[in-house]
Every structure is written in C-alpha cells, then in structure tokens.
Design a protein around this ligand. Structure first.
Ligand SMILES: Nc1ncnc2c1ncn2[C@@H]1O[C@H](COP(=O)(O)OP(=O)(O)OC[C@H]2O[C@@H]([n+]3cccc(C(=O)O)c3)[C@H](O)[C@@H]2O)[C@@H](O)[C@H]1O
Ligand SMILES: Nc1ncnc2c1ncn2[C@@H]1O[C@H](COP(=O)(O)OP(=O)(O)OP(=O)(O)O)[C@@H](O)[C@H]1O
Ligand SMILES: [Mg+2]
Length: 247
C-alpha cells in the first residue's frame, strides 16, 4: 500500500513539473475520495497545495467532515460558500424559463444538482488561475466506468489520480494515509440533495461495481444496470463530438 502512495505522490509531482505550474488544489467535500486526494496532494506539495471547501446548500455535517479531513492532513485550506451564488443563478434561469413557459419541473432536482457541481468547478478553476495550480479530480474507477459524475462539473479537472482504483482500493488507501475512520466508513454521497447516496441512486453497490471491474461474476440484473450506465455516459469519457474537417 505504501508503494501505491509513493507512486501516486511521485506521479503528482511529475505532472506539476511537466505542466510548469506551482502546485495542486482539490475540492474537499467530507467524503472519502476527496479526503484521499487531499492527503496525496499535501504529501506531494506540503507548501503548495490547497483544499477548498465549497458548501452549496450543503449538509452542515459534511462541512464538519471536510474540516476534519483538512486537520488530518494539515493541508492549506480555503472556504467559498456557493449557496447564494447558486440561488441567484438558478432562480434567474428558472424565471426566464417560466416567462417562456418552458420550465420543466421534472428536471429541477437534476438541473439544480448539476449546477452545484459546475459552480464548484468554476470556483476551483478561478483559484487555480490565481495560484497557478492544477485542479485535481477525485473520480475512482467505479465512478468513471459508470459515468457517475457531472460532465464539466466534478468531472471537469486536470488530473485524475484515482482513476484506476476501485472504491475498495480507495478505502484501503484512505486507511493507509490516515483519513479519519468516520469518513472512511460513511456511505458515499454526492450530497446534491437531501438523503442522496450514490448506491441508492445508482441501484447497485460499489462492492458489486468493484467486483465487475475485477472481472468477477455478479448478478445479471446488476450487470445490466452497470452496462446501461456505462453506455449512456460514454460521451462523458470522450472529447466533444465534432464533424469531419472540411477539405
Ligand atoms: N449522447 C450524448 N452525447 C453528448 N452529450 C450528451 C449525450 N447525452 C447527454 N449529453 C449531455 O450530457 C448531459 C448529461 O450529463 P450530466 O450533466 O453529467 O448529468 P447526468 O449524467 O444526468 O447527471 C449527473 C449524475 O452524476 C451524479 N453525480 C454528480 C456529481 C457528483 C457525484 C458524486 O458522486 O459526487 C455524482 C448525479 O447524482 C447524477 O446522477 C446532458 O445535459 C447533455 O448536455
Ligand atoms: N461541499 C464540497 N466542497 C468542496 N468540494 C466538493 C463538495 N462537494 C463535492 N465536492 C467535490 O466533488 C467531488 C465529487 O464528489 P464525490 O461525492 O464523488 O466524492 P467524495 O465526496 O470525495 O467521496 P464519496 O464518493 O465517498 O462521497 C468531491 O470529491 C469533491 O472534490
Ligand atoms: Mg461525496
């Protein structure tokens, strides 16, 4: 496990050197994936890394967990509350759509949620420009395969160090790095609406997705859920489609 930590830390250092930038930053949610990334970037750049807490109508418990992560790795930190910004932007768009008679209430929860993820991305890039840092993403192999992220939201990043690690491997890494146990053990959630958990929303557990990614047998109904998600989200793993060039 220590070898994996060293490998990832060295990889992060190389990426910064190759890009000619000063360091790295990550959004810290209070969940395990960003906790692992915060610990890794702090080890790679103890004085040139930043953990950013971005509450947006968030559960106060998540914010407390985010501060525990910061304390556990000693990373420099900053908090930008996006709740008001989100309210202003979402309600302005909503008003315009209502005036046009086009507001689709059925899409409200998802549109509201994805805007939170994209406001976080915009804020992280504003800070990245200020510090000349790269934005580090937190997607793991299970999220990447299922496309369980917001396109150009939490998926809009420069580096994805956890991309090849299953959720189980992320948990092992978290324990090795000293992430507080209550964060390692809590149910993964995007925190985008009240009571949301990843596994409830996807309809399949991370253990099952991990097994599938490792080539193990899983129940046919779970395989179907995972294959459908993978197919539906193929566009998120590609560059934007473009027509053939003119002659
Ligand atoms: N075939 C296609 N080719 C090219 N583009 C296509 C497309 N189909 C949709 N699109 C575009 O993609 C958009 C849909 O994708 P997207 O905007 O990502 O939205 P979508 O995949 O519908 O929703 C994001 C999902 O990720 C979850 N999430 C988000 C953020 C964080 C986390 C977490 O784990 O913390 C989880 C969230 O709970 C939700 O289930 C459409 O609005 C459309 O613009
Ligand atoms: N309140 C927040 N403040 C800062 N960053 C956030 C916040 N909410 C989400 N993010 C960013 O979005 C990423 C995607 O969230 P996701 O829920 O997949 O990861 P996580 O919360 O770190 O772990 P888990 O999947 O176990 O909940 C986070 O890792 C983090 O970088
Ligand atoms: Mg989370």
């Amino acid at each position: 496990m220590q070898e994996k930590v060293n490998h990832l830390v060295e990889w992060l250092q190389e990426q910064v050197q190759d890009a000619g930038v000063n360091g790295l930053l990550v959004g810290i949610s209070g969940g395990i994936d960003s906790a692992v990334v915060a610990h890794l970037i702090q080890r790679a750049f103890p004085k040139q890394s930043l953990g950013v807490v971005l509450p947006c109508k968030s559960n106060p418990g998540d914010q407390e967990a985010a501060y525990k992560v910061i304390e556990s790795c000693g990373i420099e930190s900053l908090t930008v509350d996006l709740t008001k910004t989100h309210n202003v932007l979402y309600s302005t768009v909503q008003q315009q759509l209502e005036t046009k008679g086009d507001y689709n209430e059925n899409q409200e929860r998802l549109a509201d949620a994805n805007l939170r993820a994209r406001l976080r991305m915009s804020t992280l890039y504003t800070l990245a420009t200020n510090y000349k840092y790269l934005v580090v993403g937190t997607d793991n192999a299970a999220e990447w395969h299922t496309g369980y992220f917001t396109k150009y939201g939490d998926g809009g990043v420069d580096l994805v160090p956890l991309l090849h690690l299953t959720k189980g491997e992320v948990r092992d890494l978290a324990r090795e790095l000293g992430v507080p146990s209550e964060i390692v053990d809590k149910a993964p959630s995007a925190g985008l609406w009240e009571g949301q958990t990843d596994e409830k929303e996807m309809g399949v557990t991370y253990d099952t997705i991990d097994s599938y990614l490792k080539g193990e047998e899983i129940p046919a109904e779970d395989k179907k859920i995972i294959d459908d998600m993978h197919k539906r989200t193929e566009h998120k793993r590609q560059l934007a489609a473009a027509p053939k060039a003119f002659d």
